[in-house]
Design a protein around this ligand. Structure first.
Ligand SMILES: NC(=O)c1ccc[n+]([C@@H]2O[C@H](COP(=O)([O-])OP(=O)(O)OC[C@H]3O[C@@H](n4cnc5c(N)ncnc54)[C@H](OP(=O)(O)O)[C@@H]3O)[C@@H](O)[C@H]2O)c1
Length: 289
């Protein structure tokens, strides 16, 4: 049995992993922000871990004020540096590090994979690059390092779908922004199995896009998600409404990303929900509304 430590594990993705990774294969410890502040507790958790999954980072959906932009960066860089300094101090260099990242690093509307050399140049892309650089600077302290660039994670218990579900459920499904923008998503099922796959198979790539092979447009998403509730889809709100509510953060939430999971596919990972149609069929058939 492998000992897994989820740093930033009290959030949406941490809970998905805790609830869905097979308990016959993994013993899981969770560290949220409170536990992270306790040096002794963190050291003990790190000593025990075979695999550290670092998900820590302040939410990007709040208004990006000057001060909050600094929080977005420091809440991602400091946890990595803190883990690294404990590893150095304890001289335990046998751990695997799996670190969260985001497809926000890629430019808008350009088909991108892990091999792409053209990256975005907005605030989000720069944030992600600094986040990944902090991981890469400490790479030699670990037996192996994997960087996971998450797409929009689909699960009705949290994140994007949980925010939209109430309005769609009552036939008021509202989607913001450009109908032709692309959403590169991954189902929670495939996210958990991709992480399980990486831990068990130790594939050779460093960076993995955790996205389904078929991105969808906002228009297709809205029409299919409305069908899940047997309701019409009624509204598109123009981008300016979203920008008015979220300020600069809207840039990240509305941006069109066409991203492909080349590292996962070439490593032999098989998606269960490779398209949004298949995921909607699952929601329609298996999950209660
Ligand atoms: N969900 C997605 O669709 C998605 C897509 C792309 C990238 N990501 C990235 O993946 C990571 C995990 O996502 P998520 O959806 O699980 O996020 P989440 O629900 O917001 O959880 C974030 C976690 O980070 C912790 N945290 C926040 N600020 C911290 C700080 N200053 N120091 C240490 N820990 C801190 C939180 O602790 P508390 O619970 O104590 O606040 C929580 O455990 C995030 O970095 C996110 O940016 C997520």
């Amino acid at each position: 049995m492998l000992n897994l430590l989820l740093v930033g594990g009290s959030g949406f993705i941490g809970k998905l992993l805790l609830n869905n990774l097979n308990s016959d294969s993994y013993s899981i410890q969770v560290v949220g922000r409170k536990e992270f502040a306790n040096e002794e507790l963190l050291r003990l958790a790190i000593v025990k871990a075979d695999v550290i999954i670092n998900l820590a980072g302040a939410s990007i959906t709040k208004r990006w004020t000057k001060v909050y932009k600094m929080v977005l960066l420091s809440s991602r860089i400091e946890p990595i540096n803190r883990i690294a300094s404990i590893i150095k101090d304890l001289q335990c260099y046998n751990k695997i590090l799996i670190n969260a990242s985001a497809i926000g690093v890629y430019p808008e509307n350009l088909a991108s994979s892990e091999e792409s050399t053209q990256l975005g140049n907005d605030f989000m892309a720069n944030l992600v690059l600094q986040w990944e650089n902090a991981v890469l600077n400490n790479k030699d302290l670990f037996a192996a390092v994997y960087i996971l660039r998450f797409g929009v994670v689909f699960d009705e218990s949290g994140g994007f779908l949980a925010k939209l579900k109430p309005s769609f459920r009552f036939g008021l499904g509202a989607v913001f922004g450009n109908k032709n923008a692309y959403i590169s998503f991954i189902s929670s099922y495939d996210l958990v199995s991709a992480i399980d796959f990486i831990i068990k198979n130790k594939p050779s790539y460093l960076i993995y896009n955790l996205v389904a092979p078929l991105p969808i447009t906002v228009k297709v998403f809205a029409n299919l998600y409305a069908q899940r509730f047997h309701m019409p889809r009624l509204f598109y709100f123009p981008s300016w409404v979203f920008k008015w509510i979220f300020g600069e953060a809207a840039q990240a939430l509305l941006s069109s990303k066409i991203v492909y999971p080349v590292s996962l596919l070439e490593s032999g990972f098989i998606f269960k929900y490779g398209s949004f149609d298949s995921y909607i069929n699952y929601l329609k058939n298996v999950r209660k509304v």
